[in-house]
Ligand binder design. Structure first.
Ligand SMILES: [Zn+2]
Ligand SMILES: [Zn+2]
Length: 910
């Protein structure tokens, strides 16, 4: 293998490596320098090196990504890989790098090395590492390991059959409240290790002492009426500082005071929030509890440039602002205004470049002069200046311990100043052959042949089984009869032999390995994305099950991955979850579970049942309410459709019943199509109710004939007898009625085939009745029962009363609107069963209520001048506004109002 160091070898800045291993060429990182005349790595070296097959990014700091656009310009078709949090962070950090670069070049009147467009182009070219943290590039396989340091930072193991290389990137082991420390990759010894050495000459002072000193000193300055400015690297350090200060407040160790956050710190903290599964447990927990752990309401506030004056006019406070070295950015603005007063303080928390104003400030704290140049203006420094060790890099001891566990054949030391590198070189075991690298040099090694690494720690096997689950999505069942659920494993407890997992809702749970039914692979994307995916499949798995190529499955005994490889058509998490749910629904006799995974016995019968989706697979049906919503939407344009209801719930026969005013208007073909469509859309079977809306039929007949009487209706033959003589235009009328209702007529004195000797069915409009006969309650009891029923069903009942018609007693109940009533058809059938009475609903809406609810739900900021107007015939609410509200907001309000009133909100803008 050949390793060429384009930058970041004998320095911190412009990290860039070209690796040739086997037949594969890779570039790892392309960063920039913040100081000196040359911002870029030695890109020219690439001319004599092989074209890269891919560019890999360790993490999103500018000294690792700032020159990527230059490399991308040379190799526009070469993919750039980063893991998801790094890719997210790069969107912000890259634009910031560009700003810094442009400013510097303008100051020095040199050419800007790339354009904004090239930078955007580079961001668009980013690709994500696969979720399992492993991929093949050319003849090399690349494995990612957590590197601590900052959100998303990784190391790479790159190996071919013959050679193996480990590239550390920036590393930290225990430092920090935000991110867990670096992993130690296991397996065979690498032929070479490339390791950073930022603090190779130092042992970190005790972290707790430093944190306490910082918190105490900030509190002290504020108590004395001053402002404490903490310039911090926006990515990593700032999040640490925010957690430290707020934790000390929570524990009552320092008083509460306002914290202001300015500059890039704000958007970056928001990205941290999206990846709780990459953060330490307590931070993730706080995000789950409060929605955020960094910016917290009433205590830690994000500030924009326009608010800055106001902050300094306000109460004494702590200001955490980027940049960390006082090179441009928000921190300089505050420093210019704060350094002149003894009351204030500037507290430095990170590495300072030799030439940075931050470093100068520290030097002048040691005596000498009191002058500091910021933005070209010389300031007399009177404020307090101090520095705190909150490093995000391993110290000399940690780095040497790491190297002694890895036991590489060769060790290349990079990413450190001369002092740090030589000090580290001295400490490394000679058997790991340490050497200092220089920028512009290439190093060639012969493969050493893999030497199996002696196990560094004797771990018992059980621990390894648990450890293997960390970072994986697991499908688990708390108890035998329970539903399957999914969680992301985030850690394990050796002592209790259990796993800690995070559910998609953000809850932390603890489960045993025995409760894990299947392991679905690693997850490295954002938590939001995981939530969405899981909800989609667990709400309704059928569409995902349909996409699986079941017919490709072979008979035999397989594990999950092997089955997935046979039949998945897309390698999405959705399909993987759906597949696992299906396999888990196989009979117990066909499954053997071990170590949180299952082996499935696929015989001809099982394959058949999978192909036909004839197994009790979880979530194969939508839940009943959603499914009915779906059916209603599907049938909105069918004017015969009245309502639907879910019946026989919880039995093998559960189905949705569809009610039409005149069911005979649907022929067999239409019914078939509908049945298929609803099955595919919702997973539910349907039944067509044959009950006819006789009242509507009656009205229609009267309308057509211009009569007002009642006819005798014969449901079995679909005819109605009317008490008038056949009119002249009978043909036409009959045709029309037939088309609309499926009924035909017989006229007076015309003994048609229906009529004689049979009794017509009684006409009772709009009644809901239970199919099972039940005892009738006494009137007052029935009214009381209606109240109980409404409460149980979460229905707002405005009134219920007993009525009589045609010698029959029934109950009329008042919903807010008849539209809402129609949504409770099956509920009303149930009430009928509970009271033994036919139930009907009031046909008039409670107009004032509808308006009141609408006025309450419509946000004030829409600036509604007048109450909305009601159009009861269309069940519409019209509101006039001067501006169109945002779509998503409108949709939300519309849904809420529809939910409560059954009325559709329409906005008219003028
Ligand atoms: Zn870094
Ligand atoms: Zn770095």
């Amino acid at each position: 293998m050949k390793i060429s160091v384009l930058g970041g070898g004998s320095e911190i800045g412009a990290s860039c490596l070209h690796i040739q291993i086997g037949k594969t060429n890779l570039i790892i990182d392309a960063g920039m320098r913040v100081h000196g005349d040359e911002p870029l790595p030695a890109i020219g070296m690439l001319d004599d090196l092989g074209k890269p097959d891919a560019i890999l990014v360790t993490h999103a700091h500018a000294d690792h990504i700032g020159a990527l656009p230059v490399v991308h310009r040379i190799y526009p078709d070469v993919p750039i890989f980063a893991n998801p949090p790094t890719a997210d962070l790069m969107q912000i950090m890259m634009r910031d790098s560009f700003k810094i670069m442009t400013q510097r070049c303008m100051d020095r009147r040199t050419l800007i090395p790339y354009t904004k467009e090239q930078m955007e182009e580079t961001l668009r070219a980013l690709r994500l590492f696969p979720a399992n943290g492993q991929m093949t590039i050319g003849d090399a396989s690349v494995t990612l390991h957590r590197a601590g340091h900052i959100l998303g930072a990784v190391m790479f193991t790159i190996e071919t059959g013959e050679e193996k290389l480990l590239v550390s990137g920036d590393l930290s082991f225990k430092a920090g409240r935000t991110i867990p420390g670096a992993e130690v990759p296991t397996g065979s010894r690498p032929d070479a290790l490339i390791i950073e050495s930022t603090y190779g000459n130092r042992e970190h002072s005790d972290r707790n002492t430093e944190e306490k000193r910082l918190a105490d000193n900030v509190a002290e300055v504020i108590a004395a009426g001053g402002f404490a400015l903490i310039p911090a690297f926006a990515l990593g350090r700032a999040q640490e500082v925010l957690l430290i200060l707020q934790d000390y407040m929570d524990r009552g160790l320092i008083p509460q005071f306002p914290i202001y956050v300015d500059g890039l710190v704000t958007p970056i903290s928001k990205i941290y929030r999206r990846y709780p599964h990459y953060l330490k447990g307590p931070v993730a927990h706080r995000i789950q509890q409060n929605g955020d752990a960094f910016l917290t309401e009433g205590r830690c506030t994000a500030v924009e440039p326009k608010d800055r004056e106001q902050v300094l006019k306000g109460k004494p406070a702590c200001i955490v602002a980027s940049s960390g070295m006082l090179i441009g950015g928000a921190s300089v603005w505050y420093a210019e205004r704060l350094v002149g007063s003894e009351k204030n303080a500037v507290f430095i928390t990170g590495y300072q470049d030799e030439e940075s104003p931050g470093r100068k400030l520290l030097r002048l704290a040691e005596g000498e002069s009191r002058e500091l140049e910021l933005n070209g203006v010389v300031h007399q420094v009177k404020c307090r200046v101090d520095k705190y060790g909150l490093s995000a890099h391993g110290d000399a001891g940690e780095l040497t311990r790491f190297i002694s566990m890895i036991r590489p054949a060769k060790t290349l030391i990079v990413h450190g100043d001369d002092e740090a590198r030589t000090a580290l070189l001295e400490r490394i075991d000679r058997r790991s052959h340490p050497l200092l690298t220089e920028n512009g040099e290439a190093y060639t090694f012969m493969a050493q042949g893999h030497v199996a690494a002696a196990a560094t720690r004797q771990e018992n096997r059980r621990d390894q089984e648990l450890r293997d689950k960390v970072g994986q999505l697991v499908l688990y069942k708390k108890d035998i009869g329970d539903e399957l659920k999914l969680a992301l494993c985030s850690g394990f407890y050796s002592k209790t032999k259990s796993l800690t997992c995070r559910t998609p809702k953000g809850k932390t749970i603890r489960i045993s390995l025995e409760q894990v039914c299947e392991t679905l692979g690693a997850w490295n994307r954002s938590f939001d994305e995981l939530q969405g995916t899981v909800r989609a499949v667990f709400d309704f798995s059928r569409p995902f099950l349909k996409k699986i190529a079941w017919q490709k499955l072979k008979q035999g005994r397989f594990g999950f991955e092997s089955i997935a490889a046979q039949c998945l058509t897309e390698h999405t998490l959705e399909q993987r979850i759906a597949l696992a749910l299906a396999l888990q629904s196989l009979p117990d006799t066909c499954k053997t579970a071990a170590k949180g995974a299952t082996n499935y016995q696929l015989d001809a019968e099982n394959l058949q049942r999978l192909t036909n989706l004839e197994l009790p697979i979880q979530a194969m049906k939508m839940n009943a309410t959603k499914a009915m919503d779906c059916v209603r939407t599907l049938l909105t344009d069918n004017r015969h459709f009245i309502r639907c209801g879910a019946d026989d719930l919880g039995t093998g026969q559960e189905h949705i019943t569809l009610y039409f005013d005149f069911p005979s208007t649907l022929d067999a073909e239409a019914r078939n199509a509908l049945e298929k469509r609803i099955k595919a859309d919702t997973g539910w079977a349907i039944v067509f109710s044959d009950s006819v809306r006789v009242d509507l039929l009656q009205n229609r007949i009267n309308e057509l004939l211009g009569t007002s009487g009642s006819s005798s209706v014969y449901l079995d033959t679909l005819t109605a007898g009317v008490p008038i003589k056949r009119p002249d235009n009978a043909e036409e009328l009959l045709k029309q009625l037939k088309a609309e209702t499926g009924f035909s007529l017989t006229f007076k004195d015309e003994p048609g085939e229906s009529g004689v000797g049979r009794s017509p069915s009684s006409v009772q409009p709009d009644f809901y009745r239970s199919e099972t006969v039940s005892p009738r309650l006494e009137n007052n009891e029935a009214i009381r029962e209606a109240g109980v029923w409404a409460k149980e069903r979460g229905i707002t009942l405005y009134k219920s009363s007993m009525k009589q018609s045609g010698g029959q007693t029934y109950m009329e109940i008042h919903f807010i609107t008849p539209e809402v009533a129609l949504r409770h058809g099956s509920d009303m059938e149930e009430l009928s069963w509970r009271t033994g009475l036919p139930i009907t609903y009031a046909k008039n809406p409670k107009q004032n209520e509808v308006i009141r609810i609408a006025a309450e739900k419509i946000p004030q900021r829409w600036g509604m001048k007048k109450n909305p107007s009601l159009h009861t015939a269309q069940a519409e609410l019209i509101v006039k506004l001067s501006e169109q509200p945002p779509d998503d907001e409108l949709q939300q309000v519309r849904d809420e109002i529809d939910q409560l009133t059954g009325y559709q909100l329409k906005v008219e803008v003028r």
